[in-house]
Write a protein of this length. Structure first.
Lengths: 131, 131, 131, 131, 131, 131
């Protein structure tokens, strides 16, 4: 159960509806997902978060699927239940295959292991890695 | 300062040298980096970690640069100093441009923010994300 | 489902009942919440945790609401489901308004983002911050 | 050592200088701190991060000192070296006393402990905490 | 709900069945637990993870119960719901008493608190701890 | 550099000296380590933390070395630089061999990997693990 109410479109202020409309139009979906309904309690945060997300995730030097894979990697490492589900779905919507999903997980698992070993051993950084 | 000694090639057992040789050959470098020298205190862990890493990071459904970007994302989220330096360097060696690095960071930052917001709000997962 | 049983007042030892009684009296509530019932498996930990919590959270240089906001911030960052729910409720009981909740979340989200960026960039600490 | 170069004002583009100027003016300081110099490699991220930070940290339903205390709490929990130093300094600049700093730390320490205990025990959330 | 399907023995490839058979034989159980069924989407990761786990957790310089206690400590700190449940059960199966479970939790809680305090205070490492 | 001054014995209040004396006597060491000097800014936290640590770490259902191994596991997972160094040293002082240290690290690394995989796959908990 959420720690704030979910604001539905029918109950939203014009300011919130404008953001919801832009999300629906940009993503071509009939309704926004719960994350945005929860953020709608704070219209300023809703607007800023959506606009930043749109800017950060648009195609650039990295393509949208690569960005979603990175998003999933961070969400798994932060153990964000909602984000793992929503961004795994988003990655699939952008074309992530089952094989890519499994390799993504293998890299996340491997990195988690060597991260822990490096931290435990307090390995000094090699000079060639300090550019 | 490391919590275990760094084993140099000259002081290594044949078992350790065999792994060091394979790392040097595979990566075409004159010496292994400190992570492997620290792991060499436990030849079994050294061998297994290297063989797994080689298998996980080889080209597959995801290309090596994408895998390194994911590795950096996990390492940043786990706050592993050594791993951030070594895998940022590895990503550059695989062709990561400055623009790609900056977009990688922007996605990591954005994901960290929405992860925190989703967690704080305990947003219930939408049914369409549960495949 | 808990990894240890929840001890109800009726089944508790005199030592545990004494702590439960103090919690109920201090907070003016009819029953203790599940956290204390789970801790009651270890009466020593139960007593010490309650006494420390009482001491740490009492009004001092910081007022109780500010302390609860800090508690929520840590709980969100540690992703503790139970603690987010219980301390968000506690903050509300101490007067946290909806507007304050939203600003609390905005700060947590912003800090999470700049934390990730600083960690990724390994920004050296400016001398003026080292007092 | 940073994983990206620090951009000094003298070497910055007009777009970056405009943000640097706003930071210096807003905070009444002669130079921006290293975080902004590192972000300046990505002018878009620099601008967005600064504008969001300014908006999030301005006085609102919560006062600026309370916001800095929350920022420190998140930064400690995320173990961000740079952020702990810079935001502890910022909290002091906003009037945090030594006594308040110590209570802030006591709450962070206590929350970290009860977070771990709640997570280990998988305590079910009490119905009264689910609003 | 899992982000990948759970592969049952009846539907598994010969390669997956061979690993499932080894898990069942080694642990003397009628069916593998869900973790392995989820990993079975990626036979290579399934095989490698099982073989490494078997090697790492076998009796050595540390006994199997001590290894399970360490596994629980890491899983609690990483807040892995599944792992807390499965490894608390595994520790019990290896003889962990209720008193040992409570002391394990007390140490985890205490370490979490002093970790947070040390991080917040940025305590410099004493020379005698640097071997 | 610490975010609070380190209080030396010569400059300490009688209340702080009493705790320092107890630490030195209990551990049979000539001076307390920096963690306690930093905590001494808050005599109440110093006293409570020391007394709790003494109680939690004393021999009980788990022996002191096992408790130190668990402490290291939590500290590595929380990435606490100071705590990794001080508790690795404490474990060595309690008899941890090089082989035990390496197995400790192997378990921490393995747990970190399966934690990440379980979290990413959102594996549902098997009924037999819910006691």
């Amino acid at each position: 159960m959420a720690t704030a109410s979910l604001i539905e479109y029918a109950d939203a202020s014009p300011e919130v509806r404008a953001v919801f409309d832009d999300i629906k139009r940009t993503r071509n979906i009939p309704d926004v997902n719960n994350f945005w309904k929860a953020l709608a309690n704070h219209p300023e945060t809703l607007k800023r978060t959506w606009e930043t997300l749109k800017e950060v995730m648009r195609p650039g030097a990295l393509d949208p699927l690569t960005k979603e894979l990175i998003y999933v990697a961070v969400s798994v490492t932060n153990n964000c239940d909602y984000c793992i589900h929503s961004h795994t779905a988003a990655a699939r919507a952008r074309g992530m295959t089952a094989a890519q999903h499994q390799e993504l997980l293998a890299v996340i698992g491997m990195a988690s292991q060597t991260n822990a070993l490096s931290i435990a051993l307090k390995v000094p950084v090699d000079p060639q890695f300090l550019c």
